[in-house]
Structure formats: structure tokens, C-alpha cells
Design a protein around this ligand. Sequence first.
Ligand SMILES: Cc1ncc(COP(=O)(O)O)c(C=O)c1O
Length: 423
Amino acid sequence: MFDPVRVARDFPIFSRGDLTYLDSAATSQKPSSVIRAVEDYYSCCNSNVHRGIYRISEEATELYEKSRENISHFIGSTDPTGTVFVRNTTEAINLLSYTLGRKLAPGDEILLSVMEHHSNMVPWQLLRERGVVIRYADIDSDGKLDLEDLKSKISRKTRIVSLTHASNVLGTINPVSEISRTAHEASALFILDAAQSVPHMPVDVRSIDCDFMAFSGHKMLGPAGIGVLYGKQDLLSDLPPFMGGGDMIREVRLDGATWNTLPYRFEAGTPNIEGAIGLSAAVDYLRNLGMEDVRYHEKDLMSYVMKRAEEIQDLIYYGPRDPEIHGGVFSFNLGDIPAFDLESELKGVRRPESSHELHPHDISSFLDQSGIAVRAGHHCAMPLMTRLGVQATSRASFYIYNSRKDADKLFIALENAKKAFAR
Ligand SMILES: Cc1ncc(COP(=O)(O)O)c(C=O)c1O
């Protein structure tokens, strides 16, 4: 039986006693085992990898490479050379847009969706200067991806379909295996932004059959500054380097250089060794809990959250009502927040007062007074805010250490916020 209260005991931060942490979609908390793994590395064999011919450097190299193998197995990959360490999801997608982008021609199309995080949107938009066309699949009124719209936008010109597995705003879990098949039928590459899925559910790159996948360590109990780009071996081998420098070369001459083998070709400079080791410890922790159970827990919690949400008048929440396709993210507004009107804002025209207009920042500050940490704003998804017709939302995001009690605290505090802000 999954017990989030017992899980929370493994996280030293909760011993503060005054924290209801509902912002794990931004970054997760870290269990003792991860903190210890990083500390042990610093205490026992801190040194540079792939370079020293002395013992602690060999030990550090072994820890670093074993971490790669462990993380690679965790996502169902049989080939650790396809697991490239990067800083985060953002860097992984920039690596792809830079390297794949050099192979694109004017008129080639990239298909995204309107629910993408800026980091799976802006790197592709940068390719517009090469004449590449960016298209966007829409969502339906329930916050689900409009599959008909997506399919209608795939054509012979589509070279890349890049999509989030789970939306960081709507919580929507997309049917990525089906979309991968559709992309491949059109001979397009399928790229998965798994920043909000790898931490929360079983993800198997082989069964999804994605060509590339990106995720961040800090959202899955690991340290910040470490993330992964997974890629199929043949496709990664075919890409030009992203950053030049040490470790990514085989040989350097004054008139040029040749490139190292995978994955080192994409790991220029000293890598985040302690980050990789910490992420491997995070993967051990999650594997020990069982990813099926992690997903089951979040589904159960989200059913409860949605039921509680229905009881609060004027609370609008976004994303699918079906917990089967809704991750642990709960975005909402309390009252009637008008859509952002940039023109009026710039002219200094005040928006009309509404009897129950509550800005997400006010909600977030109010909740903070009760020790509840939620995120407020556009969540790096401004086009999605526009599509939803709102300026911003509040977002409570749940993870393995959150229980129904945390949800209760949230809803009690929201009722109090309504009373406190009532005019
Ligand atoms: C869906 C999604 N993609 C990408 C990112 C970017 O992750 P990072 O900031 O770790 O690069 C986030 C971060 O919130 C996200 O939620």
C-alpha cells in the first residue's frame, strides 16, 4: 500500500513542519538517499571523469557511467550510449533544435501543440529564420489534445513532431504511442518532452517508440543541473555536435577536429558528475517505490482533488476531468479572471473590476501564509494561457509525498481566501 506520509519522512525538508509543498511540477524535493549520494561522492572520490589515471578519478568515472546505465534502464533503453547527460529538458531540446535544425530546409514543417512549455516551443521557433514552418495542434474544450487537428496538420512536409507527454498546466497525459505511430507513418521524427512524465509514471522509450526524449533530474527527486537527452543510436550518431570543447572530440588539429563516440560527442566539457550520481540515486528511490504505484497514487489523489474542487463555488480548473489522463497537476482560478489585454495594459487602462476577481499571485501569497507553496503565473506556457483565455493560473502540483491531507489544507485555505478577499 502506497503511503505518502511514510514517503514524506524520507525527505528532510518536511521536518521543518511548516511546509505543504504543492509545487513539484516546478521542482521536486529531495530524499535523504539522494542528498547522501551527492555528499558521499564529494567525500569519497571527487575528481574529474574520463581523464585521470589515478584511483579516485577511475572511481568517479565508474560511478558516473554506472549512473548512466541505471538511468538508461529506468526509461526502458537497452543502450546507455543513447543516454546523454545535459543540464535539463530545456538544454536537451535546444540541442535537438540546433542539430536537427541544420538539416532542415525552407518549407519543412515542425508540428508542436498549443499546450507546450516554452522550452518545447521557443527552440523550434528559432528555426523560423531558416524558413522552417512551425504548426500547432490545438486542444479541445476539456484540455485534451485535439488528435483530429494534430493528424490533419501532419503532411509530407512535416519533418518533426515534438510534443509534451504530460502538460505542466492542464495535467493532460497525451496518447504518445499513437502520436509516435502517426508521426512515423509520415516519416517525421517523434520527440517527447517527458519533463512531467518520467518523474510520475512508467515511461518506456521502446514501447512509445520515440526518436528522442528529454527530461530533467530536478523534477524527479534528483539534483538541479542534470537532465537527460535520450536518442536512438542511429539518429544520435547522425547529428552534428552541439557544443565544442573537451571530451566531445576524438582528435583536434589546427585545421579541424573529429568527434568522439556517443554519448560523449554531446557532453562537451566537465560534466555534472555529482548530478548524474544524485539522479541515479533518485531513480533507485523511485524504482523502489514502483512507478506503477507512483502513478496510481497520483491518479487517486487527483480524483480526490477534483471532487473537492467541485465543492468550491467560483473555482475554475483546467484540464481533463478524467483522472486516467490527468497527471498530478491542478491548475485553477478562483473567480472570473479576465483575459490579459496587452494593449490596455500598455495604455495603463485598468481592467473593469469584477466582484470576484482574484489574481493567482494574490491566491499564492495568501496560501503561503498557511505554509502552502503553489505556483502562480503563466507557467512558461503563455500561448496556452492565451488559448485558455486567461492571464495566469494558480497551480498546485502533487507528488509522492503529498496526501489527501495536503489537498484538504489547500481547499480549506482557498475557502478562507474567498472570504478574506470578498468585497
Ligand atoms: C512540460 C515541461 N517541459 C519542459 C520544462 C523545462 O524544464 P527545465 O526547466 O528543467 O529545463 C518544464 C518545466 O517546468 C516542463 O514542465
